[in-house]
Ligand binder design. Structure first.
Ligand code: OTU
Length: 657
């Protein structure tokens, strides 16, 4: 094969010379990277497009376009490329704290957002994901996930220049900007879609067009409905065109056809445009769906990985500091496959998210602990993005085989969790809302703000001070695990003020059909003003989150990616260790609504025979002495010693005697 790539390289080089690329003063620098990257990129593209007679032409064209993006890369970002090579895995540091918000809902506009930077700094934020801010259809647009132009912003938020300005201002404050790369589909108003509608074959080939309904039915057999309450099936009929278009999500979101190398080429261009606008990390949306193959579910196919790797290879040529974060809300085995130094270095951790809520409902940590034992470790140089809530629904994506190990039936358990979080189970503390009920399968997912799901809404309504206390602690317990589990914690802005469900979405015709709007918060000046008042819910939650962030940033042990689950010998108590040199951090969480007493010998075993200090309350925890955990308590117990007996990297338990 090597020989073949060499020949291909020579052939391409000749074409680049004909185009005069090699005369460009920037070419030598690009050439150094190309010499390193060419074989890899060629091999990846070969796997996708090697059967085409014009393969060499496609490779040559793609790379020539990448060179144009390299030429356009601003000097300041090239400096970033030098300072933050992807191998540096800077995102693993305990200093990193993530946050996510909608530009309009959080701050009105890009310019308005610059004024909120001091607020972000109060929370220690260093990574800011702004929800899709691109030009999008008026009215329903899936919260911006239907993109009409990757190069134009939603005019209500400001211009591309405003965005670049914001990126630069954030950079000066040590905050990287994260944005979505919505590469599985465009909106039906994207120029490509418009030209396809106008009958241009070139652009119809950008999407999945079918003239024969039978063909769509063949595919449909294996596909699942993502938004079953909105529509059935994955294809939309356009009467005037007499054609069906593949639309996995809404009918106005047209799936791109990556079997066409021109789509890869065009989307690589859009991706690098975003990189050059100052985006440091791209959240790759809906990664699972980008490759389709008849007779398969068209999710998580090997070629989906090849496409992402090829995109990554392209970034190494033109914007090497750009990182990918994978958004795969799928079976945990499949999530892991997107995480690799050569693919996505960051990944959402939907399993931890779902298990945290699962443990809160059951008051049992066994499934959570099992997941942490089996599935938390991650490839070197990569990291989880851990979160409690996001703009989407909660899907119970634990592995049925994990549940079965504990004698739990996956689907029955999901039904229980759905009922619990909709507040329909006796003793439920939660106020959640159903999302996308599918009567055929019985599936549904759950929406709701963290505070409402954790019980704050209900406790406030019922006027129960004790329940309110527990609910606030519960919310902070979940965030406490997320801030200490290893990887990057992601704060869903609004949660830090204990924002409740927003039922007004039902009155807005553009939102009423999508219950996810119930937990997409609007900035509230009054909540913001209460953030320092400890007599309010806002103030207590804010102080709690702020503390988690500050403590995390004060101790390098929080930056250790791995953890080791420990046995607290109580069904409701989660415990795990993190260790860095002579520092041992013991995280203890009580998922029960009642206080729990850990007997002396258990405490002794958890702390490996040492005394520690709870960083959250500054109280001493004495090995061998009983420990009282209040309802929904979280402890971060730090033990510092130079004693060589401290458990080693594999952290096997030592006998304290
Ligand atoms: C993503 O999520 C986004 O996060 C959603 O906000 C978008 O609506 C969607 O893509 C389309 O762009 O269906 O309910 O199994 O679950 O990729 C969330 C993966 C979603 C999908 C996930 C998708």
């Amino acid at each position: 094969m090597e020989k073949l790539w060499k020949l291909l390289y020579e052939q391409c080089a000749q074409r680049w010379e004909e185009r005069g690329l090699n005369k460009d003063p920037l070419w030598p620098e690009f050439k150094v990277r190309l010499d390193r990257e060419f074989y890899r990129l060629a091999e990846l593209l070969w796997r996708l497009y090697g059967n085409r007679p014009d393969f060499a032409y496609q490779v040559e064209t793609i790379i020539a376009h990448v060179f144009q993006a390299f030429q356009a890369r601003p000097e300041g970002l090239k400096e970033r490329d030098r300072q933050y090579p992807p191998e540096s895995a800077w995102f693993l540091s305990e200093q990193q704290v993530g946050a996510v918000a909608y530009v309009d809902r959080f701050a009105g506009t890009f310019r308005g957002l610059e004024k909120r930077i001091p607020y972000l700094k109060e929370l220690g934020v260093t990574y800011l994901h702004l929800m899709p801010f691109f030009k999008s259809p008026e009215g329903e647009n899936d919260g911006g996930y239907a993109v009409s132009s990757y190069r134009e912003t939603n005019p209500a938020l400001g211009t591309m220049e405003d965005l670049s300005h914001l990126a630069q201002t954030l950079a000066k404050e040590g905050i990287v900007l994260v944005a979505d790369f919505i590469f599985n589909h465009t909106s039906d108003e994207h120029l490509w879609a418009q030209r396809a509608k106008a009958g241009e074959g070139k652009y119809q080939d950008f999407y999945w067009f079918f003239t024969d309904v039978g063909e769509t039915e063949q595919y449909q057999k294996n596909l699942r409905d993502i938004f079953p309450e909105v529509r059935k099936g994955s294809f939309t009929y356009y009467g005037d065109l007499k054609r069906w278009v593949w639309t996995t999500f809404h009918s106005f979101q047209w799936d791109l056809n990556y079997r066409n190398p021109e789509v890869f080429d065009a989307m690589a261009g859009e991706m690098l445009f975003l990189a050059n606008a100052g985006i440091s990390i791209l959240r790759l949306d809906a990664v699972a769906f980008v490759w389709k193959e008849l007779g398969t579910p068209c999710e998580n196919l090997p070629q989906a990985h090849t496409i992402i790797q090829a995109f990554q290879s392209v970034t190494r040529l033109a914007a090497p500091s750009l990182l990918f974060k994978s958004e795969a809300i799928v079976h945990p085995d499949d999530i892991q496959k997107y995480i690799d130094l050569r693919e996505c270095q960051l990944s959402y951790n939907p399993l931890l998210m779902a298990e945290l809520w699962e443990a809160s409902a059951t008051k049992e940590v066994r499934l959570l602990a099992l997941s942490l034992r089996k599935r938390h470790s991650i490839s070197e140089g990569c990291a989880w993005v851990n979160y409690v809530r996001c703009h989407d629904d909660i899907g119970w994506t634990f592995a049925d085989e994990d549940a079965a190990e504990l004698g739990i039936k996956g689907n029955d358990h999901r039904n229980f969790l759905n009922a619990f979080y909709m507040g329909q189970f006796p003793g439920s503390f939660s106020r959640g809302v159903s999302f996308q009920y599918n009567p055929t399968t019985g599936d549904r997912r759950i929406c709701g703000s963290a505070a409402s799901l954790a019980g704050i809404e209900r406790a406030l309504e019922e006027g129960s001070g004790t329940d309110l206390e527990t609910a606030i602690r519960r919310l902070l317990l979940l965030y406490g695990v997320v801030f200490s589990a290893g990887g990057l914690p992601l704060l869903y802005l609004g949660d830090e003020l204990g924002t409740l469900n927003r039922y007004e979405y039902q009155d807005d015709p553009d939102q009423a059909n999508d219950s996810r709007w119930v937990h997409r918060p609007l900035w509230s000046d009054s909540a913001y003003k209460k953030r320092k008042d400890r007599s309010t819910v806002e103030g207590r939650v804010f102080a709690g989150i702020q503390k988690l962030s500050a403590i995390r940033r004060g101790h390098p042990v929080f930056g250790v990616p791995d953890l080791r689950v420990a046995d607290a010998r109580h069904p409701s108590v989660l415990a795990f260790h993190k260790q860095r040199e002579g520092t041992l951090l013991t995280v203890v969480g009580n998922f029960s609504e009642s206080p729990v007493r850990l007997p002396g010998p258990v405490v002794d075993s958890l702390l490996a025979g040492y005394n520690g200090r709870d960083l959250l309350t500054q109280t001493l925890v004495t090995s061998g002495e009983e420990l009282l955990l209040p309802p929904a308590a979280l402890l971060w117990i730090l033990t510092e010693t130079t004693d060589p007996r401290l458990p080693g990297p594999q952290m096997t338990r030592i006998d304290p005697s």
